[in-house]
Ligand binder design. Structure first.
Ligand SMILES: Nc1ncnc2c1ncn2[C@@H]1O[C@H](COP(=O)(O)OP(=O)(O)OP(=O)(O)O)[C@@H](O)[C@H]1O
Ligand SMILES: [Mg+2]
Length: 510
């Protein structure tokens, strides 16, 4: 008999119009890191929400430490030692770390909450697991990586033995991912078990013991990681061979589309994040921005798209000065934006996916004529894009909220490309996408370039930057410190440049 801490046997979970989990079995051994792999919409988050008591399965059995259990709600899951860090965090921004962690199970002194004790307990727990979290910091003041650690601490505070992490690395920078991996290993040493959802096959190879693969709601099987490789994992998951690099012909750059001169942008604390930056992007080329998070990339994009005020400098699009235009005017003059944060900027979660697809165009022809909306035209468009971009949803009427994370992203990408922009800005476009969808999106970006669009790609994934860009601009401390040809560089060199070291190689342009 194997020593399983969690067993989910023949689980079935339906939503209106879709079977999200069809007879799936997942068995997690004590002390292992178990990967859960599957395409966008395969049913991973659903399965974990069943385990965490957020959804009740129609069929199947769950066992914890060999005993059959009914997990009716997350409190029951907590009591059984199951904790979950969701794909989208659930922290309260205006509360401190400690307040968030003890929420609902606060230590009391008489009838009053004992906040001193809470802070002490949280700090002790953080130290024990090497999380380096400041218990008194406010959530809105800490980085996404730190917020994730707070979520992990929250599960530990509630006594989790099994920690479920739903795509924890999708929102992290490469450096933060390294740190998270150390934390996961510490958790295992302390006797915890982990279920890890990730689309990054490298991560599975690096930290996981076993991997369960699901495809379109069905269990495909469980493999020992030591006996597999990224290619086999990808084929298991998608059901076909995946190419990891995208074919493309050399770029043929034409006229300048975007021109940025002397741009300076401040963040919300009035610190200069972009400093007198110059950058040109021409029609028919993809310029990739490589940089460590926090070197001004976000502020740069926000400034170009009009979301953030510029303190100095000039931005022109096809010779038109757009420096001080409002967002909508910039959008209308030919800029599309696939935003980094799809929930804050990309989608209105309570609107249908169909409505989301016309979010910036509904007031224009052919969707609106004489003040009337044509729902038929809107929905025909939505249906066509859903088909083309393989957005997996039962219908265009489904609320955006109910789509899986990756499918929300595919819908945004489809919408932005379909608007036929002159400049397409793609910020972390493949974040949270499965390998098949990444291949598809890379092809689309290159296709846009070949149609004469200017493409600005910002990504933390160096593979992506190297594979897709025609020119790489390295951003450091608010400036472009080097421009390199992807064919003449590699991850090591990019890494050094991103850390601020100068380019000394001969023949390199700056
Ligand atoms: N609350 C819900 N209501 C209706 N349908 C839902 C709901 N939650 C998920 N679904 C549907 O169930 C299917 C599985 O979604 P799930 O979120 O589990 O996928 P996933 O494997 O986590 O994908 P991703 O990698 O993109 O996060 C999808 O088709 C999704 O649209
Ligand atoms: Mg998911």
């Amino acid at each position: 008999m194997e020593n399983y801490v969690i067993e989910m046997l023949n689980i079935r979970k339906e939503f209106p119009g879709i079977v999200a989990n069809d007879n799936i079995t997942l068995q997690v051994k004590k002390g292992e890191i178990h990967a859960l792999l599957g395409e966008n919409g395969a049913g991973k988050s659903t399965l974990m929400n069943v385990l965490f008591g957020l959804y009740q399965p129609e069929k199947g059995e769950i066992r914890v430490d060999g005993k059959k259990v009914e997990i009716n709600d997350p409190n029951v899951a907590n009591r059984l030692g199951i904790g979950m860090v969701h794909q989208h965090f659930m922290l309260i921004d205006t509360f401190t770390v400690a307040q968030n962690i003890v929420l609902g199970s606060e230590p009391k002194k008489g009838i009053k909450i004992d906040m001193k004790k809470a802070v002490r307990e949280v700090q002790e727990l953080s130290d024990r697991y090497g999380l380096q979290v400041d218990a008194t910091a406010k959530i809105s003041d800490i980085s996404v990586g730190m917020q994730q650690r707070v979520e992990i601490l929250k599960t530990l505070y509630r006594g989790a033995n099994v920690v479920i992490l739903d795509e924890p690395t999708a929102v992290l920078t490469p450096q933060e991912i390294k740190e998270l991996i150390v934390i996961l290993k510490t958790l295992i040493k302390e006797g915890k078990s982990i279920i890890l959802i990730t689309h990054k096959l490298k991560e599975i190879m690096e930290v996981c013991d076993r991997c369960t693969v699901i495809r379109k709601g069905q269990g495909i099987g469980t493999v020992e990681v030591s006996e597999t490789n990224p290619n086999d994992l990808a084929s298991l998951m998608v059901g076909r061979e995946i190419r990891f690099s995208t074919e493309k012909k050399p770029a043929e750059p034409k006229e300048t589309i975007l021109s940025i001169e002397g741009l300076t942008v401040q963040d919300s604390r009035h610190v200069d994040m972009v400093k007198e930056l110059d950058l040109d992007i021409r029609a028919g080329e993809i310029v990739g921005i490589a940089g460590v998070d926090g070197n001004g990339q976000t502020e740069l994009i926000e400034a170009i798209t009009g979301l953030r005020k510029k303190s100095a400098g000039k931005v022109t699009l096809k010779n038109q000065d757009i420096t001080n235009m409002p967002v909508r005017a910039i959008t209308e003059s030919g800029v599309s934006h696939i935003p980094q944060d799809r929930h804050k900027l990309g989608l209105v979660l309570d609107y249908s996916i169909g409505e989301n697809i016309v979010l910036q165009t509904y007031y224009q022809k052919p969707y609106s004529t004489g003040g009337f909306l044509s729902f038929k035209r809107i929905f025909d468009k939505a249906k066509a894009l859903i088909e083309e971009y393989d957005v997996r949803t039962p219908s265009h009427l489904s609320k955006a909220r109910t789509l899986s994370g990756g499918n929300q992203q595919k819908a945004i990408i489809g919408r932005e490309i379909d608007r036929n922009p002159d400049l397409l800005i793609a910020a972390q476009p493949t974040r949270g996408l499965d390998v098949g969808a990444i291949e598809f999106i890379h092809k689309r970006l290159i296709e846009q370039r070949d149609q004469g669009k200017a493409v600005l790609l910002v990504s933390f994934e160096l593979d992506e930057i190297l594979n897709v860009s025609d020119r790489i601009a390295v951003m450091f401390d608010g400036k472009i410190i080097a421009t390199v040809n992807p064919k003449e560089t590699n991850e090591q060199e990019l890494g050094l440049l991103m850390a601020g070291s100068k380019l000394e190689k001969e023949g390199a342009q700056n």
